[in-house]
Design a protein around this ligand. Sequence first.
Ligand SMILES: C[C@@](CO)(OP(=O)(O)O)[C@H](O)COP(=O)(O)OP(=O)(O)OC[C@H]1O[C@@H](n2ccc(N)nc2=O)[C@H](O)[C@@H]1O
Ligand SMILES: Nc1ncnc2c1ncn2[C@@H]1O[C@H](COP(=O)(O)OP(=O)(O)O)[C@@H](O)[C@H]1O
Length: 309
Amino acid sequence: MTLAAAPSPSVRVRAPGKVNLSLRVGPVEEDGYHPLVTVFQAVALAEEVTATEVADGAGISVTVEGPQADRVPLDATNLAWRAAELLAEHVGISPDVALHLAKGVPVAGGMAGGSADAAATLVACDALWGTGLSRGELSTLAAVLGSDVPFALLGHTAVGTGRGHLLTPAMSRGEFHWAFATRDEGLSTPAVYRRFDELCGPTAPPVDLVDDNPLMQALRAGDPSALGAALHNDLEPAALDLRPELERTLEIARNGGALGAMVSGSGPTVAALARSRQHALAIAATWTAEDAADSVWCTTAPAAGARVL
Ligand SMILES: C[C@@](CO)(OP(=O)(O)O)[C@H](O)COP(=O)(O)OP(=O)(O)OC[C@H]1O[C@@H](n2ccc(N)nc2=O)[C@H](O)[C@@H]1O
Ligand SMILES: Nc1ncnc2c1ncn2[C@@H]1O[C@H](COP(=O)(O)OP(=O)(O)O)[C@@H](O)[C@H]1O
């Protein structure tokens, strides 16, 4: 009789992509970052990270699956790799783990898929290595990895201030239906912020959450029409300046009866809020028929933050 080797212990964690329902950007500060007031909502498009134990000293490895896997780095620049490295360094252990990413969030589309991988990896490695950090400690590490990473840990709906990393959970009722149009050629987040500076200069007004009162009210009421009317993105003019073809994608969504349409975060993804799942599918089908997107995605929001499956 041959004995099968026991499988190595592993932990699988799901973390969501996001849409910025409102993104208000203030004038650039000396450290090169912009103060934000943003309302994040997690979407049901999600990343799944599996962290598997490897031999002591084996180091970190990353593998990726999904339709856009070829666009994701497999080396130490991968945000998941950096997350494992940072956690190991923080607790003083050797970073030995095999990370497998199943990508469900469009890559380089302003929907924070890489940030979701980083958040999922922190939770997965914390469980695998038994490091037992609190959510607060994980969130502090998350902010070191990127401004959007703490929100991928938290999920649901939250107001982000500072660089976007200081979070206050917000109330949202019901379920919203979204269609997303993505492009194969991504947009670099720093490049979009730089174009924002060129367009607005230091004259960008300071940001204020008061401007988002109608949006917060729409969320509390679960009113998609009011939410659609309140969507706002200060980075949209910069993204459109860099990628003028996105205007047509926005226009098609609006002509198709979207309750609101905007560039998602730093783009180039276009987000359209729909009345129902059927309506989201119809908007997505029109984008495809009119060749206004390279891929289309339909999903719902809000969704939970990073959690072990
Ligand atoms: C624009 C937003 C909106 O949620 O996300 P995306 O739409 O790209 O996903 C975020 O602000 C992106 O967050 P994230 O992608 O985590 O940014 P980071 O890694 O922290 O920073 C990348 C670069 O973006 C710029 N940056 C980021 C955040 C911020 N508040 N001000 C900035 O100017 C800086 O140039 C920084 O060097
Ligand atoms: N785990 C990861 N998944 C995707 N992209 C990653 C990852 N780690 C690093 N990157 C790099 O970051 C870039 C943007 O990542 P992503 O999070 O998908 O988009 P965005 O910042 O627009 O939300 C990618 O083009 C890729 O080069």
